[in-house]
Design a binder for this molecule. Structure first.
Ligand SMILES: Cc1ncc(COP(=O)(O)O)c(C=O)c1O
Length: 361
């Protein structure tokens, strides 16, 4: 536990509670409501007494519904198995614990999703951070140079948290092929798959059948508190993950799995269109005073601070009642800050105004 430093993020969340009516652009969850058919399906499941344990790999209705689409998307690989998990985090936890041995290395692109290094260390592995600044895109030659005899896995996330970057088809293909050539597991975190704006979503699983995909309903359907995710990949690995899930999480929440069938049938395109518009609103509002890598997806912006460190800039923002997160929570360097634009337009406009004033300091 001594290796897990959550002080930075926790401080902002505590501040969020203490401030009166803050302009809160710090939260990584959608601001829309869980779609009505999904809520109704959950109620129905509860009333129909779907309250017990389920099969550890998930209820057949949900597994088969998702797997049918997965097999359609990746027809070259009929060996793909699928396990329903307690959120994408649950999928990542069991995936890394099943594959990483003590001393193994896992390559993580910096900036990264806060939990990644912790998942790796929990499994006994060592995170190897590969800086992607200033473009926050993947340079496959640099990945090649970072591979050592101990490299067990590479973690990739597109669209990405905290940058919003949607990695190009070419870079994901080259990364997938490199992993295949070097017999390294590529884990693709696709939890923001529904939010791809500038180009169609691409999974590295298209190019390498051994890619393990982790995904979930938290972001696409605003179900962050429901804890529903899944993983698909080579059958042998999925079976090991199910074995570990049996003796840890046991199963994803039963009611939620039943609601997941309705969620899978609900197309979140409308939400994505709204977030694309919010992305454009933020970029237009901040363009003149901030250096920002264009975010092609998710609901984050990762601007460079105009002065000071990320921590110093965020402290000043908080004094102005604006909550954002310092880049050092997502990176080994403290030069940026993260904005989540999953908020109503008025909040976004208030945020832009405060940020532009702060930049002029
Ligand atoms: C990149 C990434 N992966 C995984 C997760 C965790 O998602 P879940 O709520 O499905 O566990 C998040 C949540 O913020 C995320 O940003």
């Amino acid at each position: 536990m001594a290796h897990m430093d959550v002080a930075g993020i926790r401080k902002v969340f505590e501040l969020a509670r203490s401030l009166k009516n803050p302009v809160n652009l710090s939260i990584g969850q959608p601001d829309f409501e869980v779609p009505l058919p999904v809520r109704n399906a959950a109620k129905e499941a509860m009333e129909n007494r779907k309250n017990g344990y389920t099969l550890t790999q998930g209820i057949p209705e949900l597994r088969e519904t998702i797997l049918a689409d997965v097999r359609k998307w990746y027809p070259h690989n009929n060996d793909r198995g699928l396990v329903i998990t307690s959120g994408t985090s649950g999928a990542l936890t069991i995936a890394l614990c099943c594959t990483v041995n003590p001393g193994d290395e896992v390559i993580i692109f910096d900036p990264f999703f806060v939990m990644y290094p912790h998942f790796v260390r929990l499994a006994g592995g060592t995170p190897v951070f590969l800086s992607t600044y200033p473009t926050c895109t993947i340079d496959v030659d640099r990945v090649r140079s970072a591979i050592s005899p101990r490299t067990k896995a590479i973690l990739v996330n597109s669209p990405a948290n905290p940058t919003g970057v949607l990695h190009s088809r070419e870079s994901l293909r080259d990364l997938a092929l490199l992993a295949q050539e070097r017999r390294i597991l590529l884990i693709s975190d696709e939890v923001y798959r529904a939010f791809a704006y500038d180009a169609p979503f691409v999974s590295p699983a298209e190019f390498n059948p051994d890619v393990l995909v982790v995904d979930g309903f938290s972001k696409s359907h605003a179900m962050t508190g429901w804890r529903l995710g899944f993983a698909h990949g080579p059958q042998r690995l999925i079976e090991e993950m199910a074995k570990l899930q049996q003796f840890t999480f046991v199963c994803a929440p039963s009611i939620v799995q039943h609601a997941g069938v309705a969620a899978w049938q609900f197309d979140p395109k409308g939400f994505a269109n709204d977030y694309r518009r919010k992305r454009d609103l933020m970029l237009a509002g901040m363009r003149d005073r901030f250096e920002i890598v264009r975010p092609g997806g998710a609901f984050y912006l990762y601007p460079r601070v105009p002065w000071g460190t990320g921590t110093e800039f965020v402290a000043k923002a908080v004094e102005q009642n604006l909550l954002i997160l310092p880049g050092c929570s997502f990176s080994q360097q403290d030069t940026h800050f993260r904005i989540s634009y999953a908020a109503d337009d008025l909040t976004l406009e208030r945020g832009i105004e405060i940020l532009n004033k702060l930049a002029r300091r």
